[in-house]
Design a protein around this ligand. Structure first.
Ligand code: GTP
Length: 237
């Protein structure tokens, strides 16, 4: 049997927030669910990691010194569970089978992360949303995405953003900024490009996991990239 393509899609919590930058905008949830559904229809296996920044960010919560960073990060992990449950609803609404697995046990709300079970879900054509980060403070959801992508043997991790990829300089400041098709892991680490944090990039590098950076808000772009290797994106490898 031909091996199916398997990808891990990571998007930020802020992506769910819409104009106001906070909370969850149902229209955006539905849009993302439809984009993910199109991947499933094309026979692609999909894992998802969502950030929590639309609800709370551990680092910012800790800034006043009242909340310790560790607690702030745990609060952030809980935020990702809220986003995962919302995304689960939206995906089911779009006719997609989906399971949420949390790195922190919250068994009344969702399954716990069990690697072998996650694989079975994927093989059965279900989306698996990996919630609660890695279950550890001081690790970002980008690192979670990279870790889970490596664990499930994804072909690559996709950082789905609002921009078309990685640029040689800030495209908001410099109109002549050029999108880079390919960047090496070492350049991404050395040049402070901030595609992902250094921990995530180093983990990807160690495991030769390509990181694709693309615009999730261009309808059809995700499918074109994964199914056809076309579309607009940058790849770190
Ligand atoms: P198969 O065994 O492949 O049929 O997978 P399945 O996920 O359909 O089977 P299972 O009976 O394990 O799960 C049925 C439903 O219960 C799914 O929606 C699961 O996500 C959910 N579920 C399973 N385990 C837990 C748990 O520990 N907590 C919560 N809240 N839900 C769970």
């Amino acid at each position: 049997m031909e091996k199916k393509k398997r990808v891990l899609v990571k998007f930020s919590g802020e992506a769910l927030a819409g104009e106001n930058g906070f909370g969850i905008e149902p229209k955006i949830l539905s849009y993302i669910a439809e984009e993910i559904a199109s991947l499933l229809e094309a026979g692609i296996e999909v894992g998802i990691v969502i950030g929590g920044g639309n609800i709370i960010r551990g680092v910012s919560a800790a800034q006043g010194g009242v909340i310790r960073r560790t607690s702030g990060d745990y609060m952030g992990m809980l935020a990702t569970v809220i986003n995962a449950v919302a995304m689960q609803e939206a995906l089911e609404h779009s006719g997609v089978d989906v399971r949420v697995q949390s790195a922190i046990e919250i068994k009344e709300i969702c399954e716990s992360y069990i690697y072998r079970r996650a694989i079975r879900h994927l093989e059965k054509g279900r989306v698996v949303i990996f919630a609660a980060g890695t279950g550890n403070p001081f690790f970002t959801t980008d690192t979670t995405a990279t870790l889970r992508a490596v664990e499930i043997g994804a072909d690559y991790v996709i950082k789905a953003t609002k921009v078309d990829g990685v640029y040689d300089k800030d495209p908001k400041k410099y109109p002549d900024a050029k999108r880079l098709d390919t960047i090496s892991y070492d350049a991404a680490l050395a040049e402070n490009i901030k595609v992902m944090d250094d921990t995530a990039i180093a983990l990807a590098k160690d495991n030769r996991l390509p990181i694709i950076v693309c615009n999730m808000f261009k309808a059809g772009n995700l499918l074109e990239i994964v199914r056809d290797g076309k579309g607009v994106f940058s790849v770190v490898r």
